[in-house]
Design a protein around this ligand. Structure first.
Ligand code: ADP
Ligand code: ZN
Length: 812
């Protein structure tokens, strides 16, 4: 009886392909292996997702080669990826690809081989040259052709190919590349002494930048490119000049693993305080039962959630099992990560975006082989091949980075963690000081157990939060962007050698209108989201429903004509600080200042060591930092988030303010927080001021319920893209129409242009539908299949330029 396999390919097609297994391969074939298969007119790599004996009605082709001795995906991870592909409507293959490190990818290359029965004697000189070349260099077809370009050898090559003296051999590209970088070293014959002598005799010439660069590099060489700070005298210009002058040269060296740089002093596990102990005991009870359970650890900032995670994880490890710790973004949370390292050391495999593919493959293999038992990483670490999984911890559960937006699979790590834990009888701990509405809703329905930590550790106090109404501080009482009370608090903190964190919020594209007199931001009458201002069209738009109107000339709330366009252009706060506090040392922490590898860690380390007075940054500074000496936190512009065109804006702002406030007064000195706003009465601000997450959540839920917004419904967002504006517009209408016909009782919103309506030369439109949260993956899959089928039938091949992406839970 023949054996068949179903193979998933890393393409967007939501379908598997069936092949038969040649007899000689039958003994070794297993689900989870990669295979090399003929596909259309080429070969492709896929993953076997099922082995069976059901003969299909069509004639099958044979698989050509099995690429792995052992499956690279366990049955469990096959099941998890299968679930994702249904629930989030992605292809199984692309989901599998997202779950695997790049080193285990699906890509293939064409190589050149010399035919086995080649007779060297009968070759021409040119032919010999090619054969010798190929013997020396294993080449891909592309590489070889490039090498021979312009030499006339390509023609000879074509003949060799035709005569079958050379063969093209397609092979999976499983090679993992080594990431390298430049290391600057002395040129031959040059050294520090020579440089100093030269500089002493010639002098540092102000007009010749490279001479001062030489003076400095003499101290630092050898230096890696990644170690050169952004603001140093070493620019690409001075480095080139130093090279041209014959002082320095470089060699390519393998990039260093960031983690090896970090020093982790081992630490013993802390004794839990009373509140922590109570929470831990509950978790312990289900750990001993070895069955699935789900906890929401709702603990205020600084209450010691991390210690609870560590104790739970330790228990799991002692049971001989493994665990996954998910954090919003490794580079932003070095402090949290280091606390795990200090306890679990070598048992941890870190997975993160700035690692080279080789490092990631190594981490993956260490987990897969069971050599390491703990994976720490961002969203995608939810797929880590941890053996005998006992626990998944989601730190900062509310963080939006847990949802993948693009490309597919557009999964959420929280949902995935729950499904994976169920399959393994493992437990999940979702921790946050400001749990998401989703998590609170799960708890309210009794589907997870709520554990609360209501006090900061060691009686540290929550900071006092002061709301500064910028409408009251016009003109004189402002020092640049800072209202006087914030300015004075900063001054005082620095006198006392305490530190300051400043948040200036930046939302990139979203311009909005705000009344200077009452602080009002115009909202859509149709969806209660803020209207975005479009300068070119002079329109206020609701990207959610498609509503738009001409820019207001007076405030709809108070009638004032003083409407100001906000949110565009960032003031240079850093420069202002230099003027206001010339002696202060300021460090900036945002995407620009931290693009270099290791920069996050360096900046945070310096700040932690007290080498700077003020840390200023974007949303990044709100996440999980623990600096006991910080006593003042200032939010320069609290309103930006409110203007974001989403019904989630309030929640996001509240989250941000609560989280950033939580950075203040974590040590033995009490802290203060200043929120600068033009909407001092906004409930989200008041709740943040009062540290009242429950109150906030209650109000937010009451707002969402009658509107049937998540968590009461699930939003499925269709995103349509095309370079042709009219096609995408018509296609979006057709899609809405199809959805309404398939499910007449389900509300469908839109179509409307996206919040960013034009990007990468494509127009983007959206259609959103609200479905019942009880519906699972099979329902969603069938529903979307049906809608897209009706849509395809409707448009009859028109609008071929339009791509439709589906994003389940696209808005939370
Ligand atoms: P959270 O994650 O809830 O914001 P952390 O876990 O960062 O809080 O704890 C805040 C601070 O209190 C940290 O510096 C931590 O080391 C300290 N801490 C928490 N629990 C304990 C404990 N049981 N013993 C000693 N120190 C603790
Ligand atoms: Zn007004």
């Amino acid at each position: 009886m023949s054996i068949f396999v179903d193979v998933a390919l890393p393409a967007a097609v939501r379908k598997q392909f069936t092949y038969h297994v040649p007899e000689n391969l039958e003994p070794s074939v297993q689900a989870g292996q990669r295979v090399w298969i003929p596909f259309r007119n080429y070969y492709a790599i896929g993953v076997i997702v099922a082995v069976h004996q059901k003969k299909p009605s069509f004639r099958t082709k044979p698989i050509r080669k099995i690429l792995d001795e052992e499956p690279i995906l366990s049955k469990e991870l096959l099941d998890v990826t299968r679930w994702i592909s249904k629930f989030y409507y992605a292809s199984w293959g692309e989901t599998i690809q997202a779950a695997l490190p790049a080193g285990l990818n699906f890509i293939s290359r064409k190589y050149l081989n010399i035919s086995e029965d080649l007779d060297d004697q009968n070759l021409s000189e040119d032919e010999k040259e090619i054969i010798e070349d190929l013997k020396d260099n294993k080449s891909t077809l592309d590489e070889a052709k490039k090498r021979w370009k312009g030499t006339g050898l390509n023609k000879v090559f074509s003949k060799l190919l035709k005569d079958r003296k050379i063969e093209i051999w397609e092979e999976p590209d499983l090679k993992v590349t080594v990431a390298t970088e430049r290391e600057w070293i002395w040129a031959t014959g040059k050294d520090k002494r020579a440089a100093i002598e030269f500089l002493e005799s010639e002098g540092v010439n102000e007009d010749l930048k490279w001479t001062s660069a030489l003076a400095q590099i003499a101290e630092e060489i050898p230096v890696r490119q990644s170690e050169i700070p952004d603001d140093s005298v070493f620019t690409s210009y001075t480095l080139k000049k130093l090279q041209d002058e014959g002082w320095i040269t470089y060699r390519e060296v393998e990039k260093q693993n960031e983690i090896e740089h970090l020093e982790f002093e081992p630490d013993s596990i802390k004794t839990l305080n009373e509140g922590q102990q109570k929470a831990f005991e509950q978790i312990q009870s289900s750990l001993s039962k070895k069955e699935f359970s789900n906890y929401l650890l709702f603990g205020i900032t600084g209450s010691g959630k991390t210690e609870v995670y560590i104790h739970a994880l330790k228990q799991v490890i002692e049971q001989g099992k493994g665990g996954i710790v998910l954090v919003p973004e490794i580079a932003l949370t070095p402090q949290t990560v280091s606390r795990f390292y200090r306890i679990f050391g070598d048992n941890i495999a870190m997975l993160h975006s700035r690692m080279s593919s080789r490092e990631r493959l190594q981490a993956w293999q260490d987990l897969n082989s069971g050599k390491k038992k703990i994976a720490i990483g961002p969203r995608s670490a939810v797929f880590a091949p941890v053996q005998n999984l006992g626990i998944i911890i989601l730190d900062e559960e509310h963080d939006s980075s847990y949802k993948q937006m693009d490309p597919a699979p557009r999964y959420h790590a929280r949902e995935t963690a729950l499904v994976r834990a169920k399959m393994n009888d493992a437990i999940v701990i979702m921790g946050s000081a400001t749990p998401s509405m989703q998590a609170l809703n799960i708890a309210a329905k009794g589907k997870c157990e709520l554990l609360e930590l209501k006090k900061r550790h060691a009686n540290a106090m929550l900071p006092e939060v002061k709301i500064l109404d910028l409408k009251q501080y016009k003109g004189k009482p402002m020092r640049g962007e800072f209202a006087v009370p914030l300015y004075q608090a900063m001054e005082k903190a620095m006198e006392n050698d305490e530190q300051i964190i400043l948040l200036y919020n930046r939302r990139g594209y979203a311009s909005y209108l705000q009344c200077e007199d009452c602080g009002h931001i115009p909202e859509s009458p149709e969806s209660s989201v803020s209207l975005t201002f479009h300068k070119r069209k002079n329109l206020l738009m609701d990207h959610y429903t498609g509503y738009s109107r001409r820019k207001d000339t007076e405030c709809e709330n108070c009638g004032s004509p003083n409407l100001k366009v906000q949110g565009s252009g960032t003031q240079n706060i850093e420069e202002q600080l230099e003027d206001l506090f010339p002696d202060a040392k300021v460090i900036r922490f945002d995407r620009d200042s931290t693009s270099r590898k290791g920069a996050h860690e360096r900046i945070l380390k310096e700040f932690g060591e007290g080498k700077a007075d003020i840390l200023i940054g974007t949303q990044l500074v709100a996440k999980g930092l623990d600096f006991p000496n910080v006593t003042v936190v200032g939010v320069v512009n609290a309103d930006t988030e409110l203007a974001f065109p989403s019904f989630q804006a309030t929640e996001r702002m509240y989250q941000l303010l609560s989280q950033v406030s939580g950075r203040s007064g974590r040590g033995d000195k009490p802290g203060t927080v200043f929120l600068q706003t033009r909407q001092p009465d906004n409930p989200a601000l008041i709740f943040a001021k009062n540290h009242d997450h429950r109150g906030f959540a209650k109000q937010e839920m009451e707002f969402r319920k009658p509107l049937y917004y998540p968590p009461y419904s699930r939003l499925i967002k269709f995103e349509l893209k095309s370079a042709k504006g009219h096609e995408v517009n018509m296609a979006a209408h057709a899609l809405k129409d199809s959805a309404e016909r398939v499910v007449p009782d389900v509300p469908v919103l839109g179509p409307s242009p996206a919040a960013i309506p034009w990007m990468n030369k494509k127009y983007i439109w959206e259609v959103t539908m609200k479905i019942d949260t009880q519906k699972g993956g099979s329902y969603i899959e069938a529903l979307l299949d049906k809608i897209l089928e009706v849509y395809e039938a409707d448009i009859k091949g028109k609008f071929s330029s339009v791509r439709v992406n589906v994003n389940v839970d696209g808005i939370q």
